[in-house]
Design a binder for this molecule. Structure first.
Ligand SMILES: Cc1ncc(COP(=O)(O)O)c(C=O)c1O
Length: 388
């Protein structure tokens, strides 16, 4: 007896497996520097922890409405208005088990068997797998380093077909760190509106933008674009809450209802007391968000400077999130072999770009200490030198 067909068409997450391999080596006493993790290395701020602890102590440990507690849905709507300039009613918000679950819900809610979903590459590795699980076809469009790894309006138009149902935009982006400008996004979204294509706008890294760059929420552009956009965001990256599993979608009422129906029969509500922590995150002081951002920015500058100094390595300056995606094509190894050898020979963990649809690159996360950045990139430089 075999497992279901849908389990054969998906590939397990390479980011999680690389990270766990590095963790196993570390646990065995090896001096590993890991750039593999996609999570903040900071602790969740105390006031958020305290709110969840108080919720447990007061017995707030039972089921909640499947879409989340009303006050959290209201707090999310308030945040989307204040930070992003988008008007949503609480009924349009569904709180889910992480932004990953929110993306999955969004795709499941609108993609039919055979529908195409246009995904600019390099992409966050779960998008194509989610589309396949929904019965759709991921349609991957490669972007270029010259264009800062961003989809252009021409590329978008050229790759549309009558089956295109959705486009996924992720800004700031994982794994590229690319941040689209308002103009770039507006042009893409106008095409989507004209062609009646849903937009999944994954904004999980919204708080991590650097320099003069700004995060833009596309649902704020116009009523037409608002109607076709499912905005995804969450708590993992901005508030260092990866293990809490809390994210959300904001969408037109019809889509929100469909998402709620799916969620009510699959996972029900996100964890009750975690939702109280999320309330504290949104309503409490925001200074820790800014201090973490500033620390990432320092690391970003240092890692960029060090990577640029490696002969043969090409790297586009990332303007958001906490990743760098250097091009390794000069070193005569595909990305999986590059990452394997680097880990075996120099004890540095990176994620092969093949996982993100670009075999010429590897991804390094700078959500790690400055010391690790110095030490790990020095080892990487030695490895690269030996391969030229
Ligand atoms: C682009 C992107 N979207 C969504 C997620 C999922 O975030 P969460 O931990 O809230 O599920 C991640 C996590 O790495 C991500 O990089």
């Amino acid at each position: 007896m075999d497992t279901a067909n849908r389990t054969h068409i998906i590939t397990p997450s390479l980011t999680l497996s690389t990270d766990s391999k590095a963790k196993q080596m570390k646990a065995a006493g090896e001096d590993v520097v890991s750039f593999a993790a996609g999570e903040p290395d900071f602790d969740t701020p105390d006031h958020i922890n305290a709110a969840a602890q108080a919720a447990i102590e007061s017995g707030f440990t039972k089921y909640t409405p499947s879409s989340g507690i009303p006050e959290l849905r209201q707090a999310v709507a308030d945040k989307l208005k204040a930070d992003n300039g988008i008007d949503y009613q609480p009924e349009q918000i569904v709180v889910s088990n992480g932004a990953k679950h929110a993306c999955f819900n969004a795709i499941m809610a609108v993609v039919n068997e055979g529908d195409e979903v246009l995904i600019p590459a390099p992409y966050w590795l779960s998008y194509p797998e989610m589309v396949k699980m929904a019965g759709g076809e991921p349609f991957v469009v490669a972007t270029t380093a010259e264009n800062g790894y961003k989809l252009t309006p021409d590329q978008f138009r050229e790759n549309l077909s009558p089956s295109t149902k959705m486009v996924i935009l992720n800004t700031p982006g994982n794994p590229t760190g690319a941040v689209y400008t308002e103009k770039e996004l507006c042009e893409l979204c106008e095409i989507a509106a004209e062609e009646e294509i849903y937009i999944l706008s994954d904004e999980i890294y919204e708080k991590l933008v650097y320099g003069d760059h700004k995060h833009i929420s596309v649902a704020a552009f116009s009523q037409g674009i608002y109607d076709i956009t499912i905005t995804v965001n969450g708590f993992s990256k901005a508030y260092a809450m990866t293990g809490w599993r809390l994210g959300y979608t904001a969408s037109a009422p019809k889509i929100a209802k469909a998402i709620d129906a799916l969620q009510s029969h699959s996972t029900s509500n996100p964890t009750s007391f975690a939702q109280k922590g999320a309330m504290a995150a949104l309503k409490g002081p925001q200074d820790s968000v800014e201090s973490m951002r500033q620390e990432y920015d320092k690391r970003r500058k240092r890692m960029f400077e060090l990577l640029q100094a490696i002969p043969g390595m090409k790297v586009v300056e990332p303007n958001g999130a906490f990743y760098m995606l250097p091009d390794i094509s000069e070193f005569q190894l595909d990305s999986v072999r590059f990452a394997d050898k680097l880990l075996e020979e120099h004890k540095v963990a990176v994620v092969p770009g093949a996982a993100f649809g670009d075999d010429n690159t590897v991804r390094l996360s700078y959500a790690t200490s400055m010391d690790s950045i110095e030490k790990g990139v020095e080892r990487l430089a030695k490895f690269c030198k030996g391969r030229l």
